[in-house]
Design a protein around this ligand. Structure first.
Ligand SMILES: Cc1cc2nc3c(=O)[nH]c(=O)nc-3n(C[C@H](O)[C@H](O)[C@H](O)COP(=O)(O)OP(=O)(O)OC[C@H]3O[C@@H](n4cnc5c(N)ncnc54)[C@H](O)[C@@H]3O)c2cc1C
Length: 373
């Protein structure tokens, strides 16, 4: 009997990165997606590949590899990407101090005084600006088009795709789908995103992961010729990502932001602005934790996001074209990625939090390397 294939559950970035990497390594691969197309976090995010948010060391290396893999695969699959770097703008003295401390860690980061920022990035708001840090690696993709295109690319490599097919049970060496069929596997990768009640719920509960819901928006296309110049963030973002945690000044900045912006603190608002090939900008976000959140979006949270945005970006056309929510699982004990092995030959990749687009490819390489070891 021929060897059973690698089976992947989920057609988000984590499932697709595993499917493509496994196929490239010569495995037969079958992928199951419960919906007719990917509708999870992978099509709802900013599309920012974000090494600057990752802790220095192996995680940052994994993120840089993620950027490289996205670009390689995207070039082959005809997917738009743009490496334009990120600009972290400092408006408070404390934020400027954090950026100095951060810049000292690696010569690749460039500290820019306010006049130079204004000259190079005319969309930034000059009022009260102290300076900024430019980092060259950060890259943008357009998730709603990139993820389906990636699935098409996986299929062209020979991955067998089963959309609108939910996996409802995992047996010792086979998965069972909701239509009663059974598919054998040699290895199984579960990349089911926010789903935590169907497949190995006890193991997920024990791993201490929780849902986090985010509010997001997209602007109308900006006028022809407008270029944001980089992915833009400011003071609030410096307190959000693990990379800045070790800077001695981060605590003072956090305290000041908490007292000046209590609403932002309450809803976990920090703001990213990323521009895509069609001229639109993706904007967000907020963070609300809990496994049974109410369905309503919070208009007041959108207002907090837009208010904070105006403090650092001047858009020619700030009209909002669409709003949505996204959900991911997050580790409650501070892990950036949670990999479980609930059974032999079963890998469950979950709780990539806000960095799954960035870290997914590196994680897939690790998973597949562990099979060959
Ligand atoms: C609003 C928002 C902004 C973000 N911004 C960024 C960012 O800019 N940069 C970054 O690096 N990361 C970002 N992230 C994080 C990133 O989007 C996620 O970490 C990543 O998309 C998770 O990918 P996934 O494949 O695990 O999950 P998903 O994309 O949710 O995919 C899981 C898939 O599994 C399917 N599925 C579930 N159960 C089954 C089953 N039983 N059978 C078959 N199929 C099943 C689901 O239908 C779904 O399509 C953001 C996340 C959100 C929500």
């Amino acid at each position: 009997m021929p060897q059973a294939p690698v089976v992947i559950i989920g057609s988000g970035i984590i499932g697709l990165a595993h499917a493509i990497t496994a196929r490239e390594a010569g495995f037969a691969v079958m992928l199951f997606e419960r919906d007719a197309r990917a509708l999870g976090a992978s099509v709802r995010n900013f599309g920012t590949l974000w090494p600057i948010g990752c802790e220095f060391g192996p995680e940052r290396d994994q993120a840089l590899l993620g950027v490289q893999r996205w670009k390689e695969v995207a070039a082959r699959a005809g997917i738009w990407t743009k490496t334009q770097g990120s600009l972290s703008l400092a408006y408070r003295e404390e934020a400027w101090a954090v950026l100095h401390q951060f810049a000292a860690r690696h010569p690749v980061f460039e500290l820019l005084e306010a006049p130079e920022v204004r000259h190079r990035f005319p969309a930034s708001n000059p009022e009260n600006l102290r300076g900024a840090l430019y980092s060259p690696h950060e890259t943008v993709v357009h998730p709603p088009s990139a993820i389906p295109a990636l699935a098409g690319h996986a299929e062209s490599l020979g991955v067998e795709l089963h959309f609108a097919t939910q996996v409802v049970r995992v047996h010792d060496d086979a998965v069972e789908t909701s239509d009663g069929r059974s598919f054998r596997f040699d290895r199984l990768v579960i990349a089911a995103g926010e789903e935590m009640r169907l497949l190995f719920p006890a193991e997920l509960a024990e791993a201490r992961v929780q849902k986090c819901r985010l509010q997001m928006m997209r602007t109308v296309p900006q006028p022809e010729g407008f270029d944001l110049g980089a992915i833009l963030v400011s003071d609030l973002t410096l307190c959000h990502y693990p990379a800045f945690r070790d800077c001695p000044g981060t605590e003072a900045l956090r305290k000041r932001l908490e007292s000046e912006l209590p609403g932002h603190h309450q809803w976990g608002v920090h703001v990213i602005a990323a521009q895509h090939h069609d001229g639109t900008l993706t904007l967000g976000d907020s963070h609300e934790y809990g496994n049974d959140l109410p369905p309503e979006s919070r208009p007041e949270v959108d207002e907090l996001i837009l208010g904070a945005l105006r403090d650092f970006v001047q858009l020619p056309d700030p009209r909002i074209a669409s709003r949505w929510q996204g959900t991911y699982l997050k580790s409650m004990i501070g892990q950036t990625q949670v990999v479980l092995h609930p059974r032999e030959r079963v890998t469950m990749v979950t709780a990539m939090g806000g960095l799954g687009m960035t870290l997914g490819w590196g994680l897939a390489e690790k998973t597949i390397a562990s099979w060959n070891a």
